[in-house]
Ligand binder design. Structure first.
Ligand SMILES: Nc1ncnc2c1ncn2[C@@H]1O[C@H](COP(=O)(O)OP(=O)(O)OP(=O)(O)O)[C@@H](O)[C@H]1O
Length: 319
């Protein structure tokens, strides 16, 4: 059963662009330019694309914040812009950059408000809260005002808030942005469980390819408001053929170092950048560097989603 359905959905904006010292001309921006796709119940779909591709505009239409200029759109059987109250009961939304929690209130009070707002039956509320508290490790934080939470703690708090009313669809917009490695892992583990155990349908927008790799079976790439790829992750991997980068700081300047399984792509004083295949673990490369060179510090960088998408285009163009 399709939970998200878009049929030739379009959304244009009229902007006034400066064309001279005093002249301004109206110009139409096609933010979403004929999107047609469906997402089945229980899927976890990555929705990615370069900046300005139309991702936020799509999510805003799916949450009823924006009305499409043309086309047909359904989420869990309702028209988002026309039936916003019915929609609210069926969806959960988490924006990495903003919080839906009450800033000055303890987490517990925000949850209590959600319980009343959505008229969540007591037994569901209890069960969902207990589950989230356990899986997201929120027990010690429930009585802390939201403004005192760290970004990672707040994000976990937001995830719980989005799920208390048993939504059938969960939209996630950059859920791991700005989080440290441990918090990212916690959030991803939780989302995997929600998708697998509760069957919640997830649409995930992110610039972090690891989010997609660890959570999604399907990825849609959009650009200029259109779908340019819809399918499994193999295309991403193939296109990416992607490489991650290990950045090492040595005790002093050194000619390009030599380690099996990686190649130096840049050297700046004591710092060197080593590219290695994205699907391989960084551990052997780190161990090899540490065994042979005076290693002071290191970090691993993921491939930029923009680069991977650019390579996908190149592959399509080549054939
Ligand atoms: N309210 C608006 N008024 C005018 N133009 C807009 C408006 N909202 C979005 N746009 C334009 O529509 C296009 C798509 O924007 P959108 O925010 O959907 O992209 P995005 O894929 O979410 O990008 P990002 O990754 O940077 O968040 C862009 O060209 C943007 O400038």
């Amino acid at each position: 059963m399709a939970l998200i359905e878009l049929d030739d959905v379009r959304r244009t904006f009229t902007v006034r662009a400066k064309t001279g010292r005093l002249r301004r001309e109206k110009r139409e921006v096609r933010a979403v330019d004929g999107l047609t796709f469906t997402v089945e119940a229980g899927e976890c779909v990555g929705y990615i694309g370069p900046n300005g591709a139309g991702k936020s505009t799509t999510i805003k239409m799916l949450t009823g914040i924006l009305v499409p200029t043309a086309g047909r759109l359904r989420v869990a059987g309702v028209d988002p812009a026309r039936e916003r109250v019915a929609l609210a009961r069926r969806i959960g939304v988490v924006f990495g950059q903003r919080t839906t929690l009450w800033w000055d209130l303890p987490l517990r009070d925000s949850y209590e408000l959600a319980r009343r707002l959505y008229r969540i039956p007591d037994h569901r509320y209890r069960a969902n809260l207990d589950r989230c508290v356990e899986l997201l490790d929120l027990g010690a934080l429930l009585d802390t005002p939201v403004r005192q939470l760290s970004l990672g703690q707040r994000m976990r708090g937001d995830l719980a808030a989005a799920l208390l009313h048993d939504p059938r669809v969960l939209y996630l917009d950059e859920p791991t942005i700005g989080l440290d490695v441990v918090s990212k892992a916690k959030v991803r583990d939780f989302l995997r469980e929600v998708n697998r155990d509760l069957g919640t349908t997830v649409l995930l927008t992110t610039h972090d390819l690891t989010d997609i790799e660890q959570l999604c079976d399907r990825v849609m790439v959009i650009d200029h408001g259109r779908v340019v790829h819809d399918g499994g992750l193999e295309a991403l991997h193939a296109a990416g053929d992607s490489e991650r980068t290990l950045v090492v700081d040595l005790a002093g300047s050194h000619p390009p170092i030599e380690v099996p399984g990686a190649r130096v792509v840049r050297v700046e004083g004591p710092r060197q950048w080593l590219a290695f295949p994205a699907q391989e673990s960084a551990a052997p490369v780190v161990a090899a560097v540490a065994a042979r060179y005076p290693l002071v510090d290191l970090s691993v960088r993921e491939p930029a989603i923009e680069d991977v998408i650019a390579r996908m285009y190149a592959e399509v163009a080549i054939g």
